[in-house]
Design a binder for this molecule. Structure first.
Ligand SMILES: Cc1ncc(C[n+]2csc(CCOP(=O)(O)OP(=O)(O)O)c2C)c(N)n1
Length: 593
């Protein structure tokens, strides 16, 4: 078989040595390469397929890595990784010790800025461009590639607003495919979809109104057109935007047709494109579905209930309520800050607002949680999905900080269900005369309970429970890591007498229960799947200190460093909170006693 062109490209310099006629072939090969690898190794698919030509044109026209290229979110950067020296390691994408699924500065000089969360690229590239100017370098190019869903986010607008009054040498490439993970939403989307290839948006061009030079829209799959546009833009100084229209999933029929499913389809047949059937029958439901379906049930009974998601209707399962009650469930786009304050606004008017946000993305709306919700003591219910370690998405996406960053906020109730039934009951509890804000955090993936549709029963706020009696040592756990603890204790068997308490609430802490535990036990371990600094363990220790506890205390949780990507079980091990490690810790403590 003849050598592929792709196999000769080890850096963009090799790409630039090709003549233009060869680039279409590179595009075909790059697309097939991505499909071949993602079909078996899994990962994000549609977004990278959509920017194959764009990626090639960018590295062909710009002098990367001297010119600086920033990918927004970064889930579309697979082609970029493959063309920048990571073709052979691409098989390790998102795996433990393999390359990251997102651009990462430590990984390559071509990854100029780490991403994972959206809408940062304009600010980052503008910062780079201003720095270049300050250093007297006026020729360096700074390019941000951003999708139509991400550019509608507040942070991106802040960047645009600033860039428009600078002379920074900044090019924004707007990759407009009319979809995020789910279809894009909002007025900006309606505006952008009026622009057709070769025909600017009609009337006042909002990009030009912000002092940008606007080019396009161009067909993002037409390589000669892209090259022409970049060559022109290279010599135009100041802020400029190229509007590129692409198709998410381009080149794989199924991915073009079902763009939501093929965002990250799991394993699929690379020839037919069909997703390999997963046998989910008989498996317990995902936590997100317990949330989405329970909320639907509650919303059917109570019309004051509303739901909000910032751009994750499918991922959060708010889609069930959106389908049934389109007027009462809102996808507000990638707008976490807006989502939280919108929830606060509705809560002032007596609605029971369930605001579903992934733990990692709630970080972006921290001030809104404090200033708009908690300070005014508004009974917004934060449904915090993907709490704990999330696996292959890695450091940018782990939901490990929420317990620590929420615990210091006055008025906020913080609950973490140990299982699907507790999640269901907490959601129900939140609909019963809640007088203050409440956060309910639950993990990615499936629980362990099949029969989760228990009759609704309110849970006493701030009350934990004893899962197992014992006398030598008490394990206090918060949230779904409780199942690891049970496994560990079961594995130890009858050798030691170990008690297990599920605290359920980080705030308010069950002081009565804790007091009885402190009185009874000489050894206490706290276990959480959140950061060891400032979370559940620290809350218990503070209480123990106040009570002048004289026994021994141990904390287990996510260590004070960023945890990279890998399978969740592997990461639990790295963090030191796998069932096996919990078991060893208990045995070592009790063996010394
Ligand atoms: C702050 C934040 N919120 C939510 C997400 C989840 N997310 C990942 S990709 C994506 C859609 C991005 O769409 P778009 O900007 O149009 O880029 P495309 O996928 O089309 O390349 C979303 C919502 C995120 N990464 N960051």
């Amino acid at each position: 078989m003849s050598k592929t062109l792709l196999s000769t490209i080890n850096s963009p310099a090799d790409l630039r040595a090709l003549n233009r006629d060869q680039l279409t072939k590179v595009a075909q090969e790059l697309r097939s390469f991505i499909i071949d690898v993602v079909a078996t190794k899994e990962g994000h698919l549609g977004a990278s397929l959509g920017v194959v030509e764009l990626t090639i044109a960018l590295h062909y026209c710009f002098d990367t890595p001297q010119d600086l290229l920033v990918w927004d979110v970064g889930h579309q950067a697979y082609g970029h990784k493959i063309l920048t020296g990571r073709r052979d390691s691409f098989e390790t994408n998102r795996k433990l010790n393999g390359i990251s699924g997102f651009p990462k500065r430590a990984e390559s000089p071509y990854d100029t800025f780490g991403t994972g969360h959206s809408s940062t690229s304009i600010s980052a590239a503008l910062g780079m461009a201003i720095s270049s100017q300050l250093k007297g370098n006026f020729d360096k190019q700074h390019v941000a590639v951003i999708g139509d869903a991400s550019i509608a986010s507040g942070m991106a607008f802040e960047g645009l607003n600033h860039a428009g009054v600078t002379k920074a040498n900044l090019l924004i490439v707007l990759n407009d495919n009319a979809i995020g993970i789910d279809p894009s939403v909002g007025a900006l989307k309606s505006y952008l979809t009026k622009a057709k290839i070769g025909q600017k948006p009609p009337n006042d061009n909002i990009i030009e109104a912000l002092n940008f030079h606007y080019e396009g829209p161009v067909d993002g799959h037409d390589l000669p057109e892209l090259l022409k546009a970049f060559e022109k833009l290279r010599s135009i100084k100041g802020p400029k935007l190229l509007h590129v229209i692409t198709k998410k999933g381009k080149g794989l029929k199924q991915a073009e047709e079902d763009q939501v499913k093929y965002h990250a389809p799991g394993k699929f047949d690379k020839t037919t494109g069909e997703v390999l059937p997963k046998n989910n029958e008989g498996l317990p439901p995902k936590y997100q579905d317990v949330f989405g379906l329970t909320l639907l049930e509650l919303a059917e009974q109570d019309e004051s209930i509303v739901g909000i998601t910032p751009a994750m209707p499918t991922g959060s399962s708010l889609k069930y309520m959106m389908q049934a009650f389109p007027d009462r469930a809102f996808d507000v786009g990638i707008a976490e800050q807006h989502a939280v304050t919108l929830a606060a606004g509705m809560a002032t008017q007596g609605h029971k607002v369930f605001c579903a946000i992934y733990s990692t993305f709630l970080q972006r709306a921290y001030d809104q949680v404090i200033h708009d919700v908690a300070l005014q003591n508004l009974p917004v219910i934060f449904c915090i999905d993907r709490a704990g370690l999330v696996g292959n998405d890695g450091a940018t996406h782990h939901g490990v900080f929420d317990l620590a960053y929420l615990r210091c906020i006055p008025n906020l109730i913080i609950a973490a269900p140990a299982d699907a039934i507790e999640l269901r009951q907490l959601l129900y509890t939140a609909t019963k005369n809640l007088q203050q804000p409440m956060a309910i955090r639950y993990p990615r993936g499936r629980g362990k309970i099949l029969d989760w549709k228990a009759d609704f029963k309110a849970i006493d706020i701030g009350k934990g429970r004893c899962l197992r009696e014992g006398s030598e040592l008490a394990v206090l756990s918060l949230g779904s890591i409780s199942s690891h603890v049970s496994q560990s204790i079961n594995a130890i068997g009858g050798k030691f007498s170990i008690a297990h308490y599920d605290l359920r609430f980080l705030k308010p802490l069950d002081q009565e229960l804790l007091e009885s535990v402190l009185e009874k036990f000489k050894n206490i371990i706290t276990i959480e799947d959140g950061s060891i600094k400032g979370g559940f363990g620290d809350a218990v220790l503070e209480f123990a200190q106040v009570k002048n506890y004289q026994g021994r205390t141990y904390k287990m949780g996510i260590p004070d460093r960023f945890i990279e990507h890998g399978d969740t079980e592997e990461l639990y091990n790295i963090a030191g909170i796998s069932s096996e490690q919990i078991k060893e810790k208990i045995i070592s403590i009790l063996s010394q006693s």
